[in-house]
Design a protein around this ligand. Structure first.
Ligand code: PEP
Ligand code: MG
Length: 536
């Protein structure tokens, strides 16, 4: 990088916003193959990775709750075992790369635990898979969560970011991020939009030569990361920030009002919740309720959340909403949201795999816990349960059966509970084509996945962005059908995918007759302002 001249890197806007600040460069190699060194280097790399993982787990154990601490202790005890790495050493000396040697060692151990009769030991296999992945991440240099000082305006620049890594990061220390990989429709992009964190993906720069702390403008409006910005760029940045602030002020005027089109049509504006802990800071009066809670982000810790933990989270949302409906989606693990020990290993195509309701129905032991917590929270207010990735009506029949069973159990135990409304995400084309045939109380269209499945473009593949088009006539045709099916059966239809929050797409949806949307908290004001401008 030359010392003085401004350098512009192009990127795709995944979450809008503007930031001026120093870059924090991280060069994670997630998803890219390691280059194998000599046996000595491989052995050193493995022992370093194990040591770093030990330090990281010890740090986590200090602040973890009792249950998570117990899991971390088990993992630490395994790493402490002096003989653990002996077979790996042998394999490395025989020419194996460090990651393969490590995966094989853990694979043998996992197989032993999985074959145990005792359920407690079988459950530990999941902790071992988690441990395997932690050390692998360390080997790939992807384990370090970068830090900047609190309140700084730092911009994270990296190759990739996974949803779990995003959630682990303290975003009070960063104002935005730019990635050379990624895609605008991935879950990380969605999380960034939901938190209002500016994000660029597909950056066309070379990170290997980028020094730390270089000043930069992250222009996630026009799609640029400008390194060492010149005076003119800084001035333009200042103007753009002022214009955005003015626009935000105008939009904020709509926030506390019910949404209505210029033609006087009342539109229900619900909120998407990705981080239940963050709602307390929001005013429930700014929305008509919660239209989507992505519960998979409760399952990213080192152990599955138990019934009490889940109940407390759901109950807090119902209390916060003060009588407004709260829609909680059952676990949507899989696809680009794997959960170690729960989602299957080695699927060739995870987006078409055991994901969402398919996984929940395949794991009634895990699903029952969630349904019990949901039925209990439904006793506190209007809680609605929504199933992701529904494909055939039989899946809803099975969910209803399970729900009835857990309610019967809870009543027998004398535990307060209620039967919630049951709805489905419409995100699989087969379901959209015959939405009326599902015995549900409501529909919510998951446009992020619907676009992916209709256009056969993986949502995390930035190279296919032009084809991944929510405006595709086939996508709009299906959305129109679902709206009609809902009207015919007198069932609410909303759109909770990101399309609903975009000023360029929202008028199209309103034109199709849609009367409910669910959007990220950061988009509420803009969405209400867009609705107010719609003449229909
Ligand atoms: C969707 O697919 O549009 C959706 C809202 O769900 P997710 O993005 O979590 O898959
Ligand atoms: Mg989806």
């Amino acid at each position: 990088m030359s010392r003085k001249t401004e350098l512009r890197w192009r990127g795709t806007v995944a979450s809008r916003g503007l930031v001026l600040g120093p870059v924090v460069v991280r060069r994670s190699t997630e998803g890219t193959a390691r280059r194998q060194g000599t046996p000595d280097e491989e052995w050193q790399a493995l022992t370093d990775a194990v040591e770093r993982t030990q330090q990281r787990l010890q740090g986590l154990a200090e602040t973890a709750d009792e249950m998570a601490a117990e899991v971390l202790e088990v993992q630490l005890a395994i790493l402490d075992d002096e003989g653990l790495l002996d077979p790996a050493r042998e394999a490395i000396e025989g020419g194996a790369p460090a990651d393969r040697a490590w995966v094989d060692v853990l694979g043998d151990l996992i197989a032993v635990y999985e074959a145990e009769e005792d359920e407690y030991f079988r459950a530990r296999a999941a902790d071992l898979k988690d441990l395997r992945d932690s050390v692998l991440a360390a080997l790939n240099g992807a384990d370090e969560v970068p830090v900047a000082t609190e309140g700084s305006t730092a911009i994270l620049v990296d190759r990739e970011l996974t949803p779990s890594r995003f959630l682990e990061m303290d975003w009070t220390r960063f104002r935005g991020a730019a990635l050379t990989g990624g895609s605008a429709t991935s879950h990380v992009a969605m999380l960034a939009r939901s938190r209002g964190i500016p994000l660029l993906v597909g950056l066309d720069g070379d990170l290997s030569a980028l020094p730390q702390a270089v000043e930069a403008v992250l222009d996630a409006e026009e799609g640029w990361l400008v390194l060492k910005p010149e005076e003119a760029t800084r001035a333009a940045f200042g103007q753009a920030v002022a214009a955005r602030a003015k626009e935000a002020e105008q939009q904020a005027a709509y926030l506390a009002q019910p949404a209505e089109t210029a033609g006087g049509r009342r539109i229900t504006v619900l909120m998407n919740v990705d981080d239940p802990g963050a709602v307390e800071a929001l005013d429930p009066g700014h929305c008509d309720g919660i239209g989507l809670t992505r519960t998979e982000f409760l399952f990213t810790g080192s152990s599955l959340p138990d019934e009490t933990t889940q109940y407390q989270v759901y109950a807090a949302l119902v209390r916060w909403a003060s009588g407004r409906p709260v829609t909680i989606r059952t676990l949507d693990a899989g696809g680009d949201k794997p959960i170690a020990g729960l989602t299957p290993d080695g699927e060739m195509n995870t987006f078409l795999g055991v994901r969402g309701i398919r996984l929940s129905l395949a794991r009634p032991d895990v699903f029952r816990v969630q349904l019990r917590a949901l039925a209990r929270a439904a006793a506190l207010g209007p809680l609605k349960v929504m199933c992701p990735m529904v494909t055939v009506p039989e899946e809803i029949v099975q969910v209803r059966e399970l729900l009835s069973q857990v309610i019967m159990d809870l009543r027998t135990e004398g535990t307060a509970c209620a039967m919630p409304q049951l709805g489905m995400m419409v995100e699989v084309p087969a379901a959209a084509l015959r939405a009326g045939g599902f015995a549900v109380d409501f529909y919510s269209i998951g446009s992020n996945d619907l676009v992916q499945y209709v256009t056969a473009t993986a949502r995390d593949n930035g190279a296919l962005a032009p084809l991944h088009n929510p405006r595709d006539p086939a996508v709009l045709e299906l959305i129109g059908r679902v709206v009609k099916a809902g009207a015919a059966a007198d069932r609410e239809v909303s759109v909770c995918g990101d399309m609903a929050a975009e000023p360029e797409f929202l008028p199209i949806l309103l034109g199709l007759g849609l009367s409910a949307v669910s959007v990220a908290p950061a988009a509420l004001a803009r969405v209400k302002a867009t609705i107010a401008r719609f003449d229909g």
